[in-house]
Each structure stands twice: as C-alpha cells, then as structure tokens.
Design a protein around this ligand. Structure first.
Ligand SMILES: *Cc1c(COP(=O)(O)O)cnc(C)c1O
Length: 354
C-alpha cells in the first residue's frame, strides 16, 4: 500500500479475472470463452474496416450497432445501449441507479464476484440473499424493500437458471427501484426477461457478445431497457469516456448480431456438448449442477476440488476454482469443443479413479 493511494483505493478489493497464461498451451476451460471462432463474416468485416479511417474517432452514439440490436430484439433504438464489455456497462449501471445512502441493494450470496466489487468501489450498501441448498435463487426473498436488485440469469458460477416468470414476479412486486438482469449466459437455453421491458420501466437487461458470440477479445456488451434508464447510462458514460467502443469493435459487433445462422449453430453445439459432458460426469459420480450456461459447476464426493484443480492444471487443463464459503469444493468448467472435452473427461476420470 502506497502513501499516495486515495482513501477509495485503500478501501477496495478488486476482482481477479481467470488467468490467461502465456507459458504453454493449455486447454482453457477457465473463463467461459466460446471454443468456436467468431463468425467468418465478423472476421471479414474486421479486415475491411481496419483502414485509414482509424485516424477518426468512432461514433460516440454507436448508432449502427444499436440499430442492429434494436432490430434483433424488436425494441426501439432508444431502448438500447452499447458499451465496452458488459462489465463496464454494469459499473455504469451501479453508478447510475444504485445509491450510496438508503436501502441496500440485493443480489444472491453466490453470484458474479464483480457485484460486491462495484458496490465497494461506489460505496453502495448491499445485502446478499442466500441461495437454497440446491443453488436456486429464492425469488421471494427479493420481494423485500431494497435500493436496487441485480440477478444474473442464469446465475454465475452455478449456471442455474431462474424461470423467467420468477423475474416477472420480482418486477411486479418491485416498482420503486431498478432491477438489473445480467443475461451474460441467456443464449445457452434460458428465456430472456427482455419481454418485460415494455411493462416495467425499471427493468434493465444487460448482455454481452463475449460468450455466445465468441467475441470476448473484442469487448462488446449492451443494455436494454426503458429510454430513461438508457439515458441514465449515457450520462454516466459521457462523464467518463465518450468513445468506449472503437470502430473495429462496432463494425464487428454489427456483423456478429446479423449472422444469426452462425450464432444458432455454435450455441446449439455448446448446448449439446454441455448436456453430454454433464451426463458423463454424473456417471463418474460427480455432483453436476443443472446448467443453462456455457459452463458446468461440479463437485466430487471424495476428491477435493482443489486437488482436481491442481492435477488438471499439471496436465495442461485450466478450470476455475473459487475459494469461497459454500462453493469451495466445486469447480467451474467452461464447455469447450468436443475435442477439448474429450481430453478433459479422460484426465478428470483418471484423477478421480474412474
Ligand atoms: C462474463 C460475464 C460478464 C462480463 O462480460 P463482458 O462483456 O466480457 O465484460 C458479465 N456478467 C457475468 C455474469 C459474466 O459471467
């Protein structure tokens, strides 16, 4: 800790992303990246736009991308915002709609670890709602008075999906604060809460192209909601950085949204692989949490997660282990390609003596 650090800096505890090692070639099942490349149309577009125009600033309003997203979601462009990855949009969302004083915001106790990080950074009080013994989000617990709600659906790192009508019920009982649904993984089988946007002006749905559109390296996220919420995020963005999305990312994202055939094909493959790998792990004796995401959350009754983690790493396979109460015996395993999962299953089978 340096004497030059601000009081805010001294008080925070930053998020730690999954590792991106450069030392050797790993099978990377640790950061929920998509194992398939971006659509060929996206790569073609990137080559096309990497030209002399890069001397010019990009469109601060992201008009073309918002237009494409509005069309895709059957919303008005004024109900769409685009940002530099959904993490940044989530940070703007916390600043825009959650207050440092007054009632605490609510989110699950086991959830995306960035939520407590943003809360601490922006001095927002929060109350964590415990998941039940099977890692279900107890929707009724969110009917309490609050300064805001944020729920990932499906949840991370469990992969558990809360039926969308439960989100609808939370919205019906909560009209005084903003309800954020983080749909980073919704394309892998769940039903979106976007359909409630018309009726509920306090609903914000946040999404990303990182997982289901194979563009984690491009950093594109977006938010959908009533135009007053969208305007709120714009006011924060324009108080930090007018150009959060570069020209290349904007063009690539438009193409990714438009190539629905490629998107459907890759997401279908990931869902099929997830289901097959889940049942094989169950056969080996693993507890496998029902997942609607592009990862699975697993524990073995005899071999501790930290031991499996270590041995997989030695064999060149990276997964994620969270040393946190209630989940420290679980591993989060991203769904890779069929070849990657073949190696993973072979090695993990050896480790647990199957
Ligand atoms: C991956 C993830 C994000 C962040 O996505 P980016 O767009 O890559 O910043 C947000 N929320 C959840 C729950 C995630 O798992």
């Amino acid at each position: 800790m340096s004497i030059y650090w601000s009081e805010i800096l001294k008080g925070i505890d930053p998020y730690v992303p999954g590792e991106q090692p450069g030392d050797k070639k790993y099978i990377k099942l640790n950061t929920n990246e998509n194992p398939y490349p971006p659509s060929p149309r996206v790569l073609e577009k990137i080559r096309e736009v990497a030209d002399e125009k890069l001397r010019l600033y990009p469109d601060p309003e992201c008009e073309d991308l918002r237009e494409a997203l509005a069309e895709y979601h059957k919303l008005d462009k004024s109900q769409v915002y685009a940002g530099n990855g959904s993490d940044e949009l989530l940070a703007f969302t916390f600043l825009a709609f959650f207050n440092p004083t007054g009632l605490p915001i609510l989110f699950p106790d086991i959830t995306y670890s960035f939520y407590p990080v943003y809360s601490n950074l922006f001095k927002i009080k929060y109350r964590q709602i415990p998941l039940d013994g099977s890692f279900n989000v107890p929707a009724e617990q969110f009917y309490a008075e609050n300064g805001g709600i944020i729920i990932p659906n499906p949840n991370a790192p469990t992969g558990k999906y809360l039926p969308v009508h439960s989100i609808g019920e939370i919205l019906r009982r909560n009209t005084q604060s903003v309800v954020v649904v983080d749909e980073a993984y919704i394309d892998f089988g769940g039903e979106s809460a976007v359909k409630y946007i018309g009726e509920h002006p306090n609903l914000l749905v946040v999404r990303t192209l990182s997982k289901s559109h194979s563009l984690a390296g491009m950093r594109v996220g977006y938010a959908l909601g009533h135009k007053e919420l969208i305007e709120g995020i714009a006011r924060i963005k324009n108080s930090v950085n007018s150009y959060t999305l570069d020209r290349i990312a904007l063009a690539a994202a438009v193409e990714a949204i438009k190539d629905t055939a490629y998107f459907q094909e890759t997401r279908r493959k990931i869902i099929n692989t997830r289901e097959r790998v889940s049942s094989q792990l169950k056969n080996m004796g693993f507890d496998v949490v029902d997942s609607m995401a592009n990862f699975i959350f697993v524990a073995h009754p005899c071999v501790p997660a930290c031991e499996i983690f270590r041995q997989l790493r030695e064999r060149g396979i990276l997964v994620r282990h969270f040393k946190k109460p209630r989940i420290d015996n679980y591993l989060r395993v991203s769904v890779g390609s069929d070849d990657e999962m073949f190696c993973f299953l072979k090695e993990i089978g050896r480790i647990v003596g199957f």
